[in-house]
Design a protein around this ligand. Structure first.
Ligand code: FA5
Length: 376
């Protein structure tokens, strides 16, 4: 800054001469106009309005003027700085608008373009249902046991107390791979596609020393026609417990626990007498209808489609393991007793999820599986 000089005319201070102020202003306006990016404008702003810019330096010269000259010089510098700041703001706005327009074009996403992501599928609800049921028993300490789908006739029938000419052997309509053995055979065991998961019971007892607690999920085969409630290839889950002192009470309590875990705490089961060669006594197990909880029975105002207003839904078969089966599988029936039950997963899926036609489960249409979601 020049030293105070009370005598001289302000127009003699070079930096404050009107033509110099105009030149500084015009140079600043030209620099802003020439800036073609926000970065370039920032550089021009620092050069033209920063503390070392010509106008800022000129402004400082005002302090050295005699009082009568300060107002005039201050006004001139102030007007020039005002014009410069205004031009800066205008150019800043223009460049920002250009940038925004460019970004909008560059980053535009055409939402109508075809996409190449593979759509996520869903696990088949039969698989998730089978795992869900098995998990109930695994959490009680049961072990998962598996057996072959192509099974020795001996395991599928003989070990389970189906006599060679027992009518029950015809009751299960069987796909024979070799055989059948039957009453007229030469004693060789045939080979079948297993008709139920019960042969895994026999295998589990032969493989392990009691106590035995196993759950056996698996695919089974019968010569049934495919229709709304039957399929020739379906899934069962079987439970077997062999220990000292097991009773029908343990069987009932275990089944109640299963239906409560799957359908809610107020669920229960009931037993109806039935016949299976491998259990004695045998029973059909029903569970309370989880929709109407039995309230539709004798109540025409509240009909229930799920149980046909019967109040109960048939689940499968059960009973105490026949001592002859225990003996055939090397377990001492004097010391041990056992209970078993088995039921169809397709049927359970039907009433649990209101699936009206079993054929939907086998046709492999993703429109059926997807609504069940990606349950793990
Ligand atoms: C049995 O298969 C016995 N092994 C169950 C058992 C296990 C009894 C342990 C005692 C002790 P059943 O033939 O009733 O039982 O079949 C059991 C279930 O399989 C039926 O309740 C039904 O839900 C299902 N099921 C039978 N046939 C078919 C089919 N063609 N399609 C779909 N599900 C079927």
């Amino acid at each position: 800054m020049s030293a105070p000089n009370k005598s001289y005319d302000p127009v003699e201070v070079e930096a404050l001469k009107p033509e110099q102020i105009e030149r500084m202003r015009d140079e600043a306006l030209a620099a802003f106009a020439a800036a073609d990016s926000l970065d370039a404008l920032h550089e021009a702003k620092v050069a033209q309005t920063g503390p070392s810019s010509p106008l800022a330096l000129a402004n400082r010269e005002i302090g050295a003027l005699p009082p009568h000259a300060k107002a005039d010089a201050g006004k001139r510098v102030g007007q020039a700085r005002g014009a410069v700041n205004k031009a800066l703001a205008t150019r800043q706005a223009e460049l920002e608008a250009e940038r925004d327009a460019r970004v909008l074009v560059e980053e535009a996403v055409d939402v109508t373009l075809p996409y190449d992501r593979v759509p996520a599928g869903a696990r088949h609800p039969l698989t998730t249902m089978m795992e869900r049921v098995a998990d109930v028993f695994v959490s009680m300490g049961y072990e998962i046991a598996e057996g072959p789908e192509v099974e020795a006739e001996w395991f599928n029938f003989d070990a389970l107390n189906f006599g060679p000419d027992h009518p029950a052997r015809q009751m299960q309509d069987t796909f024979f791979v070799h055989g059948p053995k039957g009453a007229d055979s030469d004693g060789e065991s045939g080979v079948v596609l297993r008709t139920h998961t019960s042969p895994v019971q026999a295998r589990a007892m032969l493989d392990r020393e009691p106590p035995v607690y196993v759950v056996c999920p698996g695919r089974v085969f019968r010569t049934d026609e495919l229709d709304a409630t039957h399929t020739p290839v379906f899934h069962q889950i079987e439970l077997l417990a062999v220990d000292e002192g097991l009773t029908m009470g343990d069987l009932k309590g275990t089944m109640d626990h299963m239906v409560q875990s799957l359908f809610g705490a107020d669920m229960k089961t009931r037993l109806r007498p039935n016949y299976f060669p491998f259990t004695e006594p045998s029973a059909e197990m029903d569970m309370l209808c989880y929709v109407c909880k039995g309230e539709s029975v004798g109540n025409p105002d509240r009909p229930c489609r799920t149980c046909s207003s019967e109040g109960w839904i048939e689940l499968g078969g059960c009973g105490m393991v026949n001592p002859r089966v225990l003996t055939a599988c090397g377990v001492d029936p004097e010391k041990y007793s056992g209970f078993a039950f088995g039921f169809g997963i397709e049927r359970m899926l039907m009433f649990r999820h209101n699936v009206e036609d079993m054929r939907d489960m086998v046709e492999g249409d993703v429109r059926f599986t997807r609504p069940f979601g990606m349950e793990i």
